[in-house]
Design a protein around this ligand. Structure first.
Ligand code: F6P
Length: 366
């Protein structure tokens, strides 16, 4: 089938580089003579077009994507409450329930005579894309997440920007921690995978790094701090992933709403309180949170995003669908969505960066 018009959607949490992917995919499409449309707020532009006064589909012309490569966020808008297979909807009693609206979405897609879809998102968005592909939509996924936890690609775009910013923050915190002889606990994003904490912690020379893959014993962290004090180092930097789990106890979950993934938060404060009590040393917490998702993409992320956007269009053009573009240096290849979604990419405990951290004497609380 020859392609005439395609749509692009951005789903889940935003990440630096989304606009670069959009621009690259749009120009690559226009240069093939295709028309291009952006679906607003995930799939909401097609599911609830009445909520968008300018239309749920945004024509993506050259003008629409001019000068956006370096901008954070997404010009299309996004949502992490828009899974068409479990769409949060009020029932007759006004209670929120999850409704399967995937057939409606496919019908709207066809009514707009769209021939293909580029879905830019993380694990949740790729799982949705896979299910839509099984229902017959021609879809190519583009792996996005600052968490870097998507399987099948060496790295996702957004990760480098998040780590670069977090490392800069730790550099700044060193000076104040040193001057005040304090323990600084820095909480970074990373629900189930500790990539951001690990890369930031090693690059920023943290003393302990607590990641979801290794349940931590707070007493082991205290041992590390005490050992430093004995060597005359009166401050410590502890990097904690939001999904870090103690050996006894669970993740710090602050809520779970219908149609949404569980929300995490609070582990940094919890650890800081424990460390202050156990060491008697003044302790402060910094939660970097959404700051890691904002800002301009680094050069690495820009280039990766531009490469991913163009590769997604090439994939559609070559008749490949139900796949995701993936970085496999030196190339970008296409892998089945099934492979991308079959498991989460956690930090392998024997990977080189972990071994480096261990050799440097960084504690993982184990
Ligand atoms: O982008 C992924 C992520 O950064 C997770 O690490 C984090 O838990 C989540 O987004 C938070 O997203 P939001 O606050 O937008 O629901």
């Amino acid at each position: 089938m020859t392609i005439q018009r395609i749509a692009i959607t951005t789903g889940g949490g935003d990440a630096p580089g989304l606009n670069a992917v959009i621009r690259s995919a749009v120009l690559s499409s226009l240069n093939r003579g295709w028309e291009c449309y952006g679906i607003r707020d995930g799939y909401n532009g097609l599911l609830n077009p009445e909520n968008f006064p300018d239309g749920g589909l945004m024509p993506l012309t050259r003008e629409a994507v001019r000068g956006i490569t370096h901008l954070g966020g997404t010009i299309l808008g996004t949502t992490n409450r828009g899974d068409p297979f479990a769409y949060p909807t009020e029932d007759e009693a006004g209670k929120l329930v999850e409704l399967d609206r995937s057939d409606e979405l496919i019908a709207a897609f066809k009514a707009h005579q769209l021939d293909g879809l580029i879905c830019i998102g993380g694990d949740g968005s790729m799982a949705i894309a896979h299910k839509l592909a099984l229902k017959g939509l021609k879809i190519v996924g583009v792996p996005k997440t600052i968490d870097n936890d998507l399987n099948g690609t060496v790295v996702t775009f957004g990760f480098d920007t998040a780590v670069s910013f977090a490392t800069e923050c730790i550099d700044r915190l060193h000076a104040t921690a040193h001057s005040h002889r304090r323990i600084m606990v820095v909480e970074v994003m990373g629900r189930y995978a500790g990539w951001i904490a690990l890369h930031t912690g090693v690059s920023g020379t943290a003393d302990a790094i607590l990641i979801p893959e290794i349940p931590y014993d707070i007493h082991k962290v205290v041992e590390k701090i005490e050992a430093r004090r004995k060597r005359g180092r009166h401050f410590s930097i502890i990097v904690v992933a939001e999904g870090a789990v103690p050996v006894e106890g669970g993740r710090s979950i602050i809520g779970k709403e219908i149609g949404q993934a569980e929300r995490l938060g609070g582990v940094g404060h919890k650890i800081a309180n424990q460390l202050q009590q156990l060491t008697g040393q003044e302790t402060r917490t910094v939660v970097l949170g959404h700051l890691l998702r904002g800002g301009s993409p680094t050069t690495f992320d820009r280039l990766l995003s531009l490469r991913f956007g163009a590769a997604a269009v090439r994939a559609l053009d070559e008749g490949c669908d139900g796949c995701m573009v993936a970085l496999d240096p030196p190339t970008v290849r296409y892998i089945p969505l099934e492979e991308a979604t079959e498991r989460m990419k956690n930090v392998p405990l024997d990977c080189d960066t972990m071994l480096t951290a261990r050799d440097l004497g960084i504690s993982f609380g184990d």
